[in-house]
Design a protein. Structure first.
Length: 249
C-alpha cells in the first residue's frame, strides 16, 4: 500500500511534518492476516522504496533511508522451531537512522540516536540501546542484546542471544559462535546454545573469533585475529590463537 492508501484504511498514524516518499511501500498485514497500524512521528523521513510493515513505530526525527525493510515478519524454520510470520513490535526511536539496504525484522527495538549501517540485518527480538553505531554489513541474530554507546565495526556476525553491554567495541569482521556441537535438524540430538557475553567496555580486535559460552570481562582488550576459547578476565589484555592473557589492558 502507499501512504495514502494506508491512511484511507485507518492504518497510518502520522504526525505533521513527516516526509514520506511516494515510492515507499507499506505492508500492514502479517503472514497470519493480522493488520497493525504504522506510526510515524514528527520530523521522521521514509525514503524511496522503503518497505515498512505493520506494527512499526518510527520516532521523532528518525530516518529510514531508501531500499530498507522495517518490521519483516519471520517466517519458516529456524533455531529448532517454525516461525509463523507474526509481525509488529518494531520501534525505531527518536533520531535513529536506518541506512539504505538495512533489513530489520519484527519485534526489534532500535535506541535513540542509534545508527544502523548499510545492509545490516537485525533478526527477530534484537534490542539495541541508545547512541550505538552499527557498521555496514553486520548480521545480528535473534534476541541479541546490544547496549548503549556500543560500536560494532563493519562485517561482523553477532550470533543469537549474545549480550554486548554498554560501551563495548568490536572491530571489523568479528565472529561469534553459540553452538558447540553444530547440530542441525538431528531428531536424536538437540544443540544446546550458549552465546558469548561482552561485559562493560570490553574491546575485541578485528578478525577475532569468540566461541560459545565465553565471557569477555569488563574493560578487557582482545587483540586482532585472536581465537577466544575461554573466558577473559576483567581488565585483561589477551591475544593469540588460542587467546591467552598477556597482561593488563
Amino acid at each position: 500500500m502507499t501512504a495514502a492508501e494506508l491512511d484511507d484504511a485507518g492504518l497510518l498514524r502520522a504526525d505533521e511534518n513527516v516526509a514520506i516518499s511516494r515510492y515507499a511501500v507499506f505492508v500492514p498485514v502479517d503472514e497470519l492476516g493480522e493488520s497493525r497500524p504504522i506510526t510515524i512521528h514528527a520530523g521522521a523521513v521514509i525514503g524511496r522504496f522503503a518497505v515498512v510493515h505493520g506494527g512499526t513505530t518510527i520516532g521523532v526525527q528518525a530516518v529510514v533511508e531508501d531500499h530498507t525493510v522495517v518490521g519483516q515478519p519471520e517466517l519458516g524454520y529456524a533455531v529448532g522451531r517454525i516461525h509463523p510470520g507474526v509481525g509488529g513490535g518494531v520501534h525505531v526511536a527518536a533520531g535513529a537512522v536506518v541506512r539504505a539496504g538495512a533489513v530489520i525484522y519484527a519485534d526489534v527495538q532500535v535506541g535513540v540516536n542509534t545508527v544502523v549501517g548499510h545492509h545490516c540485518l537485525l533478526r527477530t527480538a534484537v534490542r539495541v540501546g541508545a547512541d550505538t553505531q552499527l557498521g555496514h554489513h553486520l548480521t545480528i541474530e535473534r534476541a541479541a542484546r546490544i547496549g548503549r554507546d556500543v560500536r560494532c565495526s563493519p562485517g561482523s556476525h553477532i550470533t543469537s542471544d549474545t549480550l554486548l553491554a554498554d560501551r563495548v567495541f568490536l572491530g571489523a569482521g568479528v565472529r561469534t559462535i553459540n553452538d558447540k556441537t553444530l547440530t542441525w535438524r538431528d531428531p536424536s540430538r538437540r544443540s544446546v546454545l550458549a552465546a558469548p557475553r561482552f561485559d562493560f567496555g570490553a574491546k575485541v580486535g578485528s578478525g577475532s573469533v569468540v566461541l560459545a559460552s565465553v565471557t569477555i570481562g569488563a574493560h578487557a582488550l582482545v587483540g586482532a585475529g585472536s581465537l577466544v576459547t575461554r573466558d577473559i578476565p576483567a581488565g585483561a589484555l589477551a591475544y593469540g590463537h588460542p587467546a591467552r592473557v598477556q597482561g593488563r589492558a
